[in-house]
Design a binder for this molecule. Sequence first.
Ligand SMILES: [Zn+2]
Length: 169
Amino acid sequence: MGRAELGQLVDREGLDASSGSRGRLSIAVPAAWARDGADIEITVPPRVSCDRCDGGGCDGCARSGAHRTPADAAARTLRLRLPADLADGVTLRLVRPFGEHAPLDQLLVELRADSAASPGVRRVAPPPADALARSSTAGVRALGAQLSTPVVLAALAAVATILGLLLGR
Ligand SMILES: [Zn+2]
């Protein structure tokens, strides 16, 4: 794992040893999203497989091999920022991903780059660099529009002055 541990991880051994429920979700995102460090939203399925037994059934999942997530889709929608390098795959560990009162203690989200995003995964914000580029371009355009009117008026004034001089002569 090493550098891949980018999540809200403070005490890895403590979290690994925790007897609480731990689900696992594997999703794909386009590599370009990761390069942009994009924010994504994941609508987690109503059930995720148990990370402790990989679906085989254990004490952590009451032998079901899976954990339920909140029934309401909005309540099981997570937002997170992609790490820039997904080349080797990255696993984020989310602690209490659905809040203190939801049954799931931890959710491991395995991210990998692919040609398309998994169902339920969408990009929610443009990368900051793009937004900055767009806003500064717009700013320059607005400035240009503001500048052009006085410049034209000044040119007209000069012409009028010259005409006035010519006519007055
Ligand atoms: Zn289990």
